[in-house]
Write a protein that binds this ligand. Structure first.
Ligand code: NAD
Length: 250
């Protein structure tokens, strides 16, 4: 499409094979962006195929520097620039008290959730600066803003994303690069075991403890990411935006 809120823009979205990343790739493309769909699962191919010519799929493990650099280089090579970087891929990690957490899980959760954001911004912002700037969105979590039991590793990774976002927003505020974090509450994606097979949220089943009394939907997170990606948020930087049905308010 030639119009749309992201017309002419080029986006890299990680975790684009599922959930929030897939919904965002589809929405960004509908709003006129060309999209590099990056994921480690193989499912990024399906997302890109569903979008068509405006999308390209890239295999990337976001914790691996060469893969992240390749995703960004693909945007520049294929579409000529990088305007929007959505560092969204992430994993949950084991839910246990810290005394029962394994050192290997610490490394894995921090690598996938936080090192990924470091690598994405290190190489992605450098690319944006080559064409005058852009917008970075990092997926943190409500769990990066408040404590959750048995969640020290994930919480540390997402709290780290929030602070990495804020420091980087300050560093590039006067250079045309905006950096914001998206903090989902409990959202009905494959990260939730019961949602894995694509089943809709249960109408009368377990509802998470969010004031709205329901799960968030990937499309609702994508809508917030679209706002942060596009020019409608041109004066917004360094924000950690909860999209959580009121969860962190309580
Ligand atoms: P999801 O499982 O549907 O999607 C996550 C995607 O990330 C998957 O496609 C997966 O293959 C990909 N991924 C995992 N490890 C990767 C790696 N090393 N390299 C590249 N891709 C990798 O889950 P989602 O809910 O859409 O998750 C998106 C983001 O939202 C994550 O950062 C997650 O922590 C965050 N989040 C989710 C919730 C929730 O309730 N669903 C709440 C708060 C934050």
């Amino acid at each position: 499409m030639s119009g749309g809120r992201l017309a002419g823009k080029v986006a890299v979205i990680t975790g684009a094979g599922s959930g929030i990343g897939r919904a965002s790739a589809e929405l960004f493309a509908r709003e006129g962006a060309r999209v590099v769909c990056a994921d480690v699962s193989g499912e990024q191919e399906r997302t890109a195929a569903g979008i068509g010519d405006a999308a390209v799929a890239v295999h990337a493990d976001v914790s691996v520097s060469a893969d992240v650099r390749n995703a960004i280089a693909t945007a520049e090579r294929r579409f000529g620039r990088l305007d929007v970087l959505f560092n969204n891929a992430g994993i949950g990690g084991p839910k246990r008290p810290i005394t029962e957490q394994d050192e290997e899980d610490y490394d894995r959760v921090l690598d996938v959730n936080l090192r990924s954001v470091f690598l994405g911004m290190k190489y992605g912002i450098a690319a944006m600066l080559r064409t005058g700037g852009g917008s970075v969105i990092n997926t943190a979590s409500a769990a990066g803003l408040v404590g959750w039991r048995k969640n020290a590793l994930y919480g540390a990774s997402k709290g780290g994303v929030v602070q990495m976002t804020k420091a980087t927003a300050l560093d590039f505020a006067d250079q045309g690069v905006r950096v914001n974090a998206l903090c989902p509450g409990m959202t009905w994606t494959a990260l939730v075991p019961a949602a894995k097979d694509g089943a809709p949220p249960p109408a009368d089943g377990f509802a998470p403890p969010q004031p709205m009394g329901r799960w968030g939907l990937p499309t609702e997170l994508a809508a917030a990411a679209l706002f942060l990606a596009g020019d409608e948020s041109s004066f917004v930087t360094g924000v950690a935006l909860p999209v959580d049905g009121g969860y962190v308010c309580e």
